[in-house]
Design a protein around this ligand. Structure first.
Ligand SMILES: Nc1ncnc2c1ncn2[C@@H]1O[C@H](COP(=O)(O)OP(=O)(O)OP(=O)(O)O)[C@@H](O)[C@H]1O
Length: 266
């Protein structure tokens, strides 16, 4: 597969979706999970996707990452339009150009930390760039855990292995799906700090789905979904402002929203 230089990445845009629609089922059982979503993710920025349960966050991320095909609309990662790629080329794009961090870490239990981190490169038959592997390992603080297997690591350490695995290919974008969902707040903070650092020091693009306003506050921007539509776009988020927006999207979150000062009208 030939992957031309990432025109859109160098132009400042890593991922774009236009007119994105996803419908599950047909007739009376039909569910419209995404309803005409247009969104652009700038290169070298950290964006969080939030919204009430069932609002379409996972569906959006799966369509953006080429893990699922939309019913209508287009997605571009770098200069590749995903709808124009057959399954094989899409698999290669995901392998070579996209990093993933999942809530459940998804490490291979029989492999060491080092082997897990290098797995995407091994599958692609690529060697790590000299120095890059060491730089990534140092960044995530795992230099003294390289021979350990996942079962010998804490949850936070396992997720740091997953972050290193996502960064090692120098992907155009890292998609993180609830990366702190299985971690206590300290370990979660550490993972968020790492993602933030990857953006600030490596120019990495990160798109993260989260339910946690504190996690979203690490991002440069938060986009909010409700009923499959993109309804708010918040720059320079704080946990309080995120809570405030959420409280007005989801009646179930009203109590949490009432607990913080309202920032409406500012
Ligand atoms: N495979 C599927 N078949 C049918 N409906 C689906 C399927 N996957 C998701 N849905 C529906 O699509 C809608 C959006 O789901 P999605 O998982 O994207 O929401 P979410 O915002 O990620 O929710 P949560 O925060 O609870 O994880 C929901 O109504 C869900 O029930």
């Amino acid at each position: 597969m030939s992957l031309a230089p990432p025109v859109h990445v160098t132009a400042g845009v890593a991922v774009t979706a236009h007119g994105l629609r996803k419908q599950y089922g047909t007739g009376e059982a039909a569910v419209v999970a995404l309803d005409d979503v247009d969104v652009t993710f700038a290169a070298g920025r950290f964006t969080a996707i939030m919204g009430p349960s069932g609002s379409g966050k996972s569906t959006l991320m799966h369509c953006l990452a080429g893990l699922d095909r939309p019913t209508a609309g287009t997605v571009r990662i770098g200069d590749a339009e995903l709808g124009r790629l057959d399954d094989r080329r899409l698999t290669l794009l995901r392998r070579d150009r996209v990093g993933f961090v999942f809530q459940r870490f998804n490490l291979l239990p029989a492999l060491s930390t080092e082997e897990n981190i290098l797995l995407p490169l091994a599958i692609a038959g690529r060697r790590p760039e000299p120095g890059w592997f060491r730089q990534v390992v140092a960044a995530v603080g795992l230099a003294d855990r390289l021979r350990h297997r996942p079962a010998e690591l804490s949850g936070g350490q396992q997720q740091r292995v997953a972050v290193a695995r996502a960064l090692v290919t120098k992907p155009w974008v890292v998609f993180a799906d609830e990366p702190t969902g299985n971690l206590d707040s300290r370990a979660g903070n550490e993972v968020l700090r790492l993602l933030r650092e990857a953006v600030d020091t490596l120019g990495q693009t990160v798109v993260m789905v989260t339910h946690d306003p504190t996690a979203a506050a690490h991002a440069d921007r938060v986009v909010f979904l409700a009923d499959g539509r993109l309804v708010r776009d918040l720059a320079a988020p704080t946990a309080e402002r995120v809570l405030d927006v959420l409280a007005h999207l989801d009646p179930g979150a009203d109590r949490a929203g009432d607990a913080v000062p309202s920032h409406r009208g500012r």
